[in-house]
Design a protein around this ligand. Structure first.
Ligand code: ZN
Length: 407
């Protein structure tokens, strides 16, 4: 197998050009060899560029058939669809551990209840869209991203070689040398272990890079995903995901505000993202999945948040550089020397992503050390022409962008 030869002490993060989605391969040096961690592998159905198959082949080559850890930050299609599409190749890879957020744990009762409720609402939403023959592409894209991820989840749980240990992580956990990656320590900053946090998905106006409209949802402190008419206590809830009455009320609300509900649901799932701080011999990599405000807030307000952010040397920008996923306060606290940022993004299917003001702020904060995945041209496009040279530490490959440093 052909794999890139890395210097013995090189630490490399490879950001693949998948389209609208995420796929990162982190390679940690260890006495002349490397351990590899794969963070996400997926693309949005409406933002594909046809590279995902090659990406999985490249992962297999680079890791030479062995990944210490596979991380699925959250279960949106644009983060996990590659596990379904590349199931045969992934079946050849020996994996030590699989990390997912606690919300996906089949043995956690709160998690199961949350998932059932989501599924029932998604089902109602898609039925409603079909029945009313709605052609709103943005809305269809949101619903699409929530559906059809069963096969990817099956691969994550049972499709790798080596019977990996499944770990469902929650904020507050810390551990070292996972799956034999010597020198690596991991702090799990999210998702918080509390359902109410997951519902606070929108950034307060002062924390977002979007220009808030004079009226409307962005003016509120945060948006609750479901109106109060949907709220049920645990007891009311019973065995079923939705009671007949709840279902009736929900269908009515869907009819009134399908779009609001779809986007709210999308944000709730983003907030289940694993947020990982990976420390390795002076390098500190922050991988926050697609975390939005509820997830960030839980640990930004905890002791030591600024000190942690100050240590960050590499920031994986959440949610493809959208304006509602990187709090200003968090970015400003990343004052470490040599801070670098990676944005896996594309202007299709949403032209508002990546957000221009966030990109400007990232560029200032990192002194120009930001790279976006859509600088790597692919025939299906859309591609963005880079102004000037590649920032220090980066090299561009066939369908990836590498950041290499020493550790
Ligand atoms: Zn995403």
């Amino acid at each position: 197998m052909n794999h890139t030869s890395l210097a013995p002490n090189a630490l490399r993060v490879r950001m693949y050009r998948v389209g609208f989605g995420d796929c990162f391969l982190i390679s940690f040096p260890d006495e002349g060899r490397h351990h590899h961690i794969l963070v996400d592998c997926g693309v949005h159905a409406a933002g594909q560029v046809g590279t995902l198959g090659q990406v999985v082949e490249n992962v297999l080559e680079e890791c030479q058939g062995s990944l210490a850890v596979v991380v699925a930050s959250h279960t949106h299609q644009d983060h996990i669809s590659g596990f379904a599409e590349g199931r045969d190749l992934f079946g050849k890879i020996k994996v030590g551990q699989v990390w997912m957020p606690w919300c996906e744990d089949p043995h956690d009762r709160a998690a199961v209840r949350l998932r059932q409720k989501h599924l029932a609402i998604i089902q109602a939403l898609s039925e409603h869209l079909l029945a009313t023959n709605q052609k709103n592409p943005a809305l269809l894209s949101v619903v699409q991203n929530l559906l059809g991820n069963d096969e990817a989840l099956r691969v994550l749980r049972r499709g790798f070689r080596g019977s990996p240990e499944m770990r469902y992580l929650r904020a507050g956990e810390r551990f070292s040398a996972p799956a034999g990656v010597a020198g690596l320590s991991v702090e799990v900053l999210g998702p918080p272990d509390d359902e109410s946090f997951l519902s606070r998905m929108d950034l307060p106006t002062g924390e977002r890079f979007l220009t808030p409209p004079a009226h409307g949802v962005a003016d509120r402190h945060w948006v609750e995903p479901f109106s109060s008419t949907f709220k049920a206590t645990r007891r009311e809830y019973g065995k079923n995901a939705l009671s007949p009455d709840e279902e009736k009320r929900m269908r009515k609300a869907v009819a009134l505000d399908t779009e609001g509900l779809a986007f709210a649901l999308d944000s709730v799932l983003n907030n289940t993202s694993l947020v990982l701080l990976l420390s390795f011999h002076g390098q500190c990599l922050l991988f926050p999945g697609d975390a939005q405000w509820g997830n960030w807030q839980a640990w930004l307000e905890a002791d030591g948040a600024d000190e942690r952010l100050d240590r960050v040397t590499l920031f994986k920008v959440p949610h493809h550089g959208s304006g509602n996923a990187t709090p200003k306060r968090a970015l400003r606290a990343m004052t470490g020397q040599g801070l670098t940022a990676l944005v896996s993004t594309q202007t299709k299917p949403w032209s508002s992503i990546p957000h221009v003001r966030l990109l400007d702020a990232l560029s200032r904060q990192t002194r120009g050390r930001v790279a976006r995945s859509d600088w790597v041209p692919v025939s299906a496009g859309p591609n963005v022409r880079r102004a000037g040279r590649l920032p220090k530490g980066f090299t561009q490959g066939e369908f990836w962008m590498d950041w290499t440093t020493t550790a």
